[in-house]
Design a protein around this ligand. Structure first.
Ligand code: NAD
Length: 321
């Protein structure tokens, strides 16, 4: 029998590497395309021994060529943390636009199912809370986060157009904040930043007064949601995230507690357009995918802290010249 084959763009990143792993477990052959601008081959090194896994250095904003059959294209390539997309604004816009067009073109040529990794940032700083998929969002297109938010909104529109105009079998996941092993300690996202600071005994830098909320999902739950979405015949968009909302200050205190650190908390300036609240309405995912998160946030944080410790990730002191 012909083996199913998946192409994962951005497969050497945090989420992409977990997804490649899971697709191999599901029996897929996996072609991972990555230009390593924010990811690293170290994230998928352990998969290279598997003859069903291929890692290809490729910038998906250039031409994408994959020979042979392809059953699924999962488009995750994009800088994803605020630090990354502020440092790579044009690459972010290009991968969300040209990279998405190329990935959809591949799905069209191969008659493959296409999954777009979109984001809760499509809702911007939301005026509706929690956010259902029917909410159109509140995005500042000319603010510092606009490059990411608008690139993803363009990617969603392009995905819908390939479905309606070209008959490509597409789906869109709106992913909410996810955490777990293989996050980069200095990618600027709250959880790896706080864990690194707590392990080094430095103050945890909470933005503003820390009352802004986030809903954080453990990576295994997120990947389960993506795989169910891929298997379904739903076009989406579908929110995939955890509804357990907590303030950033609560999150910082929880990490101090779980690491047993003696760190204090220091309050720093809040970035422009930082969302005030963020919580997915996952009614749709529950109903059509039978999916909801099962890993408790404390347990997910314990596993992530354990990984940071075992890899000595983020433990080394920051070098200040
Ligand atoms: P990541 O930075 O760890 O992974 C992104 C990967 O894409 C990296 O390996 C990077 O090298 C690769 N990449 C970027 N531009 C590329 C290009 N032009 N060609 C080929 N590869 C390219 O980020 P992540 O957290 O794993 O996010 C993965 C996807 O999920 C992104 O599309 C992101 O927008 C989306 N997402 C993530 C989260 C989250 O909480 N992690 C939340 C919402 C959405």
């Amino acid at each position: 029998m012909r083996r199913r084959r998946a192409v994962v763009t951005g497969g050497a990143g945090f989420l992409g590497s977990h997804l490649c792993e899971r697709l191999l477990q599901e029996g897929y052959e996996v072609v991972c395309l990555d230009d390593f601008c924010t990811g690293t081959s170290a994230n998928v090194e352990h998969l290279l021994e598997d003859s069903r896994f291929r890692l290809v250095r490729a910038d998906v904003t250039d031409y994408i060529h994959v020979s042979g059959h392809v059953d699924a294209v999962l488009h995750l390539a994009s800088p994803a943390s605020p630090i990354d997309y502020l440092q790579l604004p044009l690459q972010t816009l290009k991968v969300g636009s040209i990279g998405t067009l190329h990935s959809l073109g591949l799905a069209k040529d191969k008659r493959a199912r296409f999954l777009l990794a979109s984001t809760s940032e499509s809702y911007g700083d939301p005026l509706v809370h929690p956010q259902p998929e029917t909410y159109w969002g509140n995005v500042n297109p000319v603010g510092p986060r606009g490059v990411y938010d608008e690139a993803k909104r363009f990617a969603e529109a392009t995905t819908m157009a390939y479905s309606s105009a070209c008959g490509v079998d597409t789906t869109i996941a709106r992913i909410f904040n996810t955490f777990g092993p293989r996050m980069r300690p200095r990618d600027g996202r709250a959880i790896p930043t706080f864990i690194g600071q707590a392990l080094r005994g430095e103050p945890l830098t909470v933005a503003g007064d820390g009352s802004q909320t986030r809903s954080v999902c453990y990576v295994d739950d997120l990947i389960e949601g993506l795989v169910r979405l891929l298997r379904s015949d739903t076009a989406g968009p579908v929110n995939i995230g955890n509804c357990g909302e907590m303030s950033v200050l609560q999150l910082a205190r929880l990490i101090i507690d779980l690491t047993g650190s003696s760190s204090d908390i220091s309050f720093v300036e809040r970035p422009q357009d930082d969302p005030t609240v963020r919580r997915p309405d996952i009614t749709l995912a529950r109903t059509i995918l039978g999916w909801e998160p099962v890993v408790d946030v404390r347990e997910g944080l314990r596993r992530t802290i354990e990984w940071f410790r075992s890899e000595s990730v983020g433990v080394e002191p920051v070098f200040v010249p």
